[in-house]
Write a protein that binds this ligand. Sequence first.
Ligand SMILES: Cc1cc2nc3c(=O)[nH]c(=O)nc-3n(C[C@H](O)[C@H](O)[C@H](O)COP(=O)(O)OP(=O)(O)OC[C@H]3O[C@@H](n4cnc5c(N)ncnc54)[C@H](O)[C@@H]3O)c2cc1C
Length: 450
Amino acid sequence: MTGKVVILGAGAVGMTVATYLKRHTGHEVTVFTSDTHTAYSQCGMPFVLEGVIHDFPDLIVRPPETFIDMGIDLHMETTVNDIDATGQKVISDAGIFGYDHLVIATGSTPFVPAIKGRELDSVFTLHTLSDGMRINLSINEGSRITIIGAGGIGTELAACLAVRGIAVTLVEALPQVLPMTLDPDMALSVQQHLTSLGVRVITGAHVHSINGRYHVRSVSVQGGSVMAGTVPTDIVIMATGLGPLSGIARNAGYRIGSTGGIVTDEHMRVSTDDGILENVYAGGECAEVKEFVTGSPFISRLGSAARRMARVIGENIAGQDAVYLPTLSPNVVVAGEVTAGSAGITSHTAGLNDITVVGGVSEGRTRAGYYPGGSQLTVKLIFSNRRLVGAQVVAGEGVKERIDALSLAIRMGATVDDLLEWETAYAPPVSTVIDPVTFAADDAKMKMEG
Ligand SMILES: Cc1cc2nc3c(=O)[nH]c(=O)nc-3n(C[C@H](O)[C@H](O)[C@H](O)COP(=O)(O)OP(=O)(O)OC[C@H]3O[C@@H](n4cnc5c(N)ncnc54)[C@H](O)[C@@H]3O)c2cc1C
């Protein structure tokens, strides 16, 4: 099978599709990226800033030469400015390139709110490897850092910098940390752990200005759980969300959804008002897919989801019939010694979608009581009509495994009774005889039955 495949973006989706096609087809593959680096782990950047990983180049999974040696025509630091959908061409800084198949994998861009002073130097976002390097260069021993936004990136970063010994203030507009993935009761223990690491956490508050002439001197905070006022600060990191880079697709006439992402079908194909296009795909953080529980339009901002979407795109271009199912987006955030994970929907998302839910909570340990080490483990299960629709786990260990299993349980339609009958493995160094998940299901069943 031969043809010309053009891929916009050389991140998690772009390079996975490119290498898949080179290994499994005879297609000519051309990839464009406006970035200075390719094939690196964004996910590892907070841990370089912590000092656990020596330096940013260690996050480069494969150098560009590897891809070039595979026969991929890779254009670094080259932006594609337009798609000529009728002529099947892309217009890039490096010229015009025709395609038989097009893959849009442009990812997203950090959303930076219009806060006074955001243009000062030492105000950063953490999105690309170059961002990480710039932040690292500006940090010194006595730096005081304010992070705005306590989602996954802000929370993980706050813990990493605090462990490094930096004075960190974390400001979140909503009343809790990790508001998109955890219920407030589950988020509290993460917040307490951040505080124990020395992070000053201010929730329910806005940074309304970043103050200084050229360099940041302070931020002014309004509202919140702590009367903050002016917080002396040398560096500000905005972790205030992401917007899909879908403008180029919009201009080409492809459908954009309510999330701002490029609408895709289960084959990851894009569409116009006239219908689905058989040879144009989108995946990753620029693409809108469906959320599993609610069926709502959704953008999954996870490397794990991006890789799965890429595989589906690659297989379909190779002539197979691969589908990307509505997503549960199981996720974990590691904040110091605490890991917080979730899958499916939170109670808040259930409320937004008029879904009535019952939650069951249990607190236990990750190892037998007499076994050294281990940690507290809190589990919350969320049920609708007795079916599991959400799971949250916070602990020092054993979180990812439980979230992965519970994610599958949600997808398989497990009920509260299924979870009560769920047999779990036991050995003193890794678990308790009856897993706390069982007790959370028990708690929910008692509530359901009054
Ligand atoms: C700090 C941080 C920590 C993270 N931690 C985790 C984690 O622990 N677990 C997890 O699952 N996920 C994590 N993620 C998210 C994960 O990294 C992303 O979801 C994933 O990389 C998205 O892949 P993508 O291919 O959609 O976009 P990207 O990998 O961002 O790639 C997009 C590419 O498109 C290029 N591009 C954009 N527009 C154009 C254009 N017009 N022309 C040419 N090129 C263009 C960009 O330069 C870039 O190369 C983290 C992200 C960050 C920033």
